[in-house]
Design a protein around this ligand. Structure first.
Ligand code: JB3
Length: 212
């Protein structure tokens, strides 16, 4: 392992982990050791299962080791944040990860455990909170703010100055016009078009999006 590479493990071995492994293996600064999952998902893109979560304390002893959360988010719930807390307590580093084909403007603030997948675009002035996911091809225009544990689904689009609160899920292909505020713990349905603030937690669907 060259001096510059940092060991990293992926938590989870399912679909989201597969996409994350594909992202990490193209980042020269990391040496991907494998994935950790109570379920044996076999070989994932050539990387093996290192064991269940009971292996994490031993793995954490490796100097400078990092972890990436390979468990996605498709509904409300704070599993990703619970895992962040566990990993922090064990001493893992949780670097934000940006795919080589993503475009993240300089000065964008990425919190710990954020992942920006291939083809995503994050314009200047944006800030992305703890453990949030900007999934494949999603786009955040200028000055958008995502809270913690937000999932921007594939090809979801925010126009300028949109704020998305903690714990939200913005579904695949949804779009949000400029200046909108989405309260914490909202789910925006796939393909929805949000043209009004979402002031109450809940599910918003349709064009224009209405609270279900
Ligand atoms: O929508 C898209 C593009 N992707 C979805 C993603 C955001 O969320 C994807 O289609 C899935 O809906 C979901 O991906 P994920 O989280 O990979 O789902 P699944 O394929 O079910 O894999 C979850 C894996 O996490 C399973 O193998 C579980 O055993 C494992 N897991 C669950 N809890 C855990 C834990 N692994 C560890 N190490 N620790 C846990 O606490």
């Amino acid at each position: 392992m060259s001096a510059k590479t940092q060991p990293i493990v992926v938590i989870g071995g399912g679909g989201h982990a597969k996409v994350l492994i594909h992202l990490i293996e193209r980042l020269p600064q990391f040496k991907l050791l494998g994935y950790v999952d109570p379920r044996d998902a076999g070989d994932v893109l050539g990387f093996s299962r290192l064991g269940g979560d009971d292996t994490l304390p031993t793995l954490a002893k490796q100097s400078g080791i990092a972890a990436a959360i390979g468990i996605g988010k498709v509904r409300a719930g704070r599993q990703r944040l619970d895992i962040v807390e566990r990993l922090r307590k064990l001493g893992f580093q949780l670097p934000p990860l940006v795919a080589t084909s993503a475009m993240v403007a300089r000065g964008v603030k990425l919190a710990e455990a954020v992942v920006v997948m291939d083809g995503a675009v994050v314009q200047p002035g944006c800030a992305i909170g703890l453990a949030s996911i900007v999934n494949t091809g999603a786009m955040l225009d200028h000055d958008c703010v995502l809270g913690a544990d937000v999932h921007m689904g594939p090809r979801a689009v925010l126009s300028g100055n949109v704020t998305v609160g903690d714990g939200c899920m913005v579904g695949v292909g949804a779009c949000v016009i400029q200046g909108i505020r989405i309260s914490p713990d909202c789910t925006i349905g796939a393909g929805a078009a949000v043209a009004r603030d979402c002031l109450d937690a809940g599910t918003y669907v349709g064009v224009p999006a209405e609270r279900a």
